[in-house]
Design a binder for this molecule. Structure first.
Ligand SMILES: Cc1cc2nc3c(=O)[nH]c(=O)nc-3n(C[C@H](O)[C@H](O)[C@H](O)COP(=O)(O)OP(=O)(O)OC[C@H]3O[C@@H](n4cnc5c(N)ncnc54)[C@H](O)[C@@H]3O)c2cc1C
Length: 479
């Protein structure tokens, strides 16, 4: 599968320009959210510049601190795998990349630093600082590719403005297209030894991480993807909304850290013509859409995209804090909500349908700010991704780009009965309800308390809170 070694200066793909490379001046490949060797456009670019490449990853506290234990643990696992595959030639440094990279470039005499684009607000600002610091020392900064099939910011409407609505974006995205996967691998370059460059070991796994995280790294990502294409994808369009069935790919954490490039997956999808493949492609387009929205409106990570929602009355204060803690712990008394919140703590992941249900519950039943929920998700999700998470939350809150209409309020009980019809999902995560058979499990208040004595009563009356949410919305909708 992995390509054979090219000689320096040889074009990677048909039609690629051939740039003669320098065998004496090394290049640096700075890994970030691209922890893989196959389909790595920046690695190909580095190979065109030099035969000898230093692989670097910088542990940056600005990113590590808010990541949460599960995402850090998964990251460390991915770094360990990458390091092993590179024959222990991944240099890990701790610090500010704007200081680490120029210092390293000087020490090894590198002529260029190669990266995949980071289009998140922090990443873009950091990269400008790194680029400027390198240029001051005469080192080239070369950005090739990104974690997306189409780099955010590239697709615009005919009038030059970015898209705010998904469906036309997806159409334009498909028409724009993307190149085939870059045929790269461990043999694409000679990896420099990091000896004597003050590397630090990959940190130990995190005690506080969720106990059931996915196995890390590119090899596991490709293995999971191949298995899903074979056995899950044909039914994906039928099963993707069912949390009780393992009907989705669970590729999100791998995509987030770039253990696989979406282009690799889109190439595989293009060779299939069933509905499952079409539906999966649509979800990948959502990921690209939200990244594009974040690139164009970086403030949408923190503020309501629809500013009418700035006037939405929200609950705060000690009672609100208590309700928030109950929601976080999965003790609301609504089984599907509690199952989702407990799955998050156990696996660092939650099924998409249930993410929508718990988000709607926080915003429309508890009347709490969406960003409280988004923050909790970002702390616990192994796939926590600023663009997909914040915009997923804004969608649920009704304040985002083509968001769910605010007046469409999920009823957690009927959602549970519809998407977890046998109650299997709830029983898996809510131990107090494990012995309750069938879909009755979605309405524990209806059966004798002795059957589930430790399970809490509902914290709110859904029909009452639904009316309250609509009344609050009525106050802002025409403003
Ligand atoms: C409130 C909320 C918060 C979310 N937070 C995140 C997050 O932090 N990180 C994240 O990757 N996804 C997030 N999502 C989107 C979605 O829930 C996850 O991508 C999905 O559950 C991941 O599981 P999977 O890989 O099995 O998905 P699959 O159904 O197999 O989908 C395949 C891939 O498509 C992408 N995708 C699917 N649905 C969406 C979507 N709605 N938006 C964007 N991309 C999508 C993901 O990369 C996913 O891995 C959020 C959704 C909501 C409603």
């Amino acid at each position: 599968m992995l390509p054979k070694r090219r000689s320096c200066g040889e074009g990677g793909r048909r039609g690629d320009p051939v740039i003669s490379c320098d065998v004496t001046t090394p290049a640096i490949l700075w890994f970030r959210r691209d922890l893989r060797l196959y389909d790595h456009a920046a690695l190909l670019a580095a190979a065109r510049r030099s035969e000898s490449v230093l692989a670097v990853f910088v542990l940056d506290d600005n990113l590590l601190r808010p990541a949460g234990a599960s995402r850090r643990d998964f990251l460390y696992g991915c770094l360990r795998e990458l390091d092993e595959r590179l024959g222990h030639r991944l240099l890990l440094r701790h610090g500010d990349p704007a200081e680490v990279l120029p210092e390293l470039a000087e020490r090894v005499g590198a002529g260029s630093v190669h990266v995949s684009a980071d289009t998140n607000p922090y990443g873009s600002r950091r990269d400008e600082r790194v680029r400027d610091a390198l240029r001051e020392r005469g080192v080239d900064w070369e950005v090739t590719g990104s974690p997306y099939a189409v780099t955010p910011g590239r697709i615009t409407k005919a009038d030059g403005n970015p898209y705010k609505v998904f469906t036309p974006f997806r159409r334009a995205w498909s028409e724009h297209g993307w190149p085939p996967p870059a045929e790269t691998g461990v043999d694409t370059v000679d990896w420099m030894s990091p000896e004597g460059l003050d590397g630090v070991p990959v940190p130990d796994g995190e005690q506080a991480a969720a106990p059931d995280l996915p196995p890390p790294g590119e090899t596991n990502a490709l293995r999971r993807w191949d298995g899903f294409v074979e056995s899950g994808l044909p039914e994906y369009d039928q099963q993707r909304d069912r949390p009780d069935i393992a009907g989705t790919s669970r590729m999100s954490a791998y995509l987030h850290l770039g253990c696989v490039h979406p282009r690799t997956m889109l190439r595989d999808l293009s060779q299939l013509d069933h509905h499952g493949a079409g539906s999966y492609r649509n979800e990948l387009a959502f990921r690209e859409f939200y990244a594009d929205v974040l690139w164009n409106w970086p403030d949408s990570a923190r503020y309501n995209f629809d500013t009418r929602f700035d006037r939405m009355p929200l609950d705060t204060g000690s009672e609100a804090n208590t309700l928030f803690d109950i929601w976080c712990a999965g003790r609301t008394g609504f089984p599907i909500v509690d199952a989702g919140m407990r799955q998050l703590l156990q696996e660092g992941w939650m099924h998409n349908r249930v993410r929508m249900i718990v988000a709607s519950f926080l915003v429309k039943d508890l009347h709490l700010p969406w960003w409280w929920g988004a923050r909790h998700f970002m702390l616990h999700l192994v796939d926590g991704d600023l663009a997909s998470n914040q915009h997923g939350w804004q969608w649920a809150a009704g304040s985002g780009t083509d968001a769910a209409p605010y007046f469409r309020i999920f009823n957690p009980t009927t959602q549970g009965e519809r998407f977890d019809p046998s109650g299997e999902y709830v029983r898996r995560y809510v131990s107090e309800l494990r012995d309750v058979g069938g879909k009755r499990v979605h309405q524990p208040w209806k059966f004798d308390g002795a059957q589930a004595p430790d399970y809490p009563a509902p914290v709110v009356d859904h029909s009452h809170e639904r009316q309250e949410a609509l009344a609050r919305y009525g106050r802002i909708k025409n403003s």
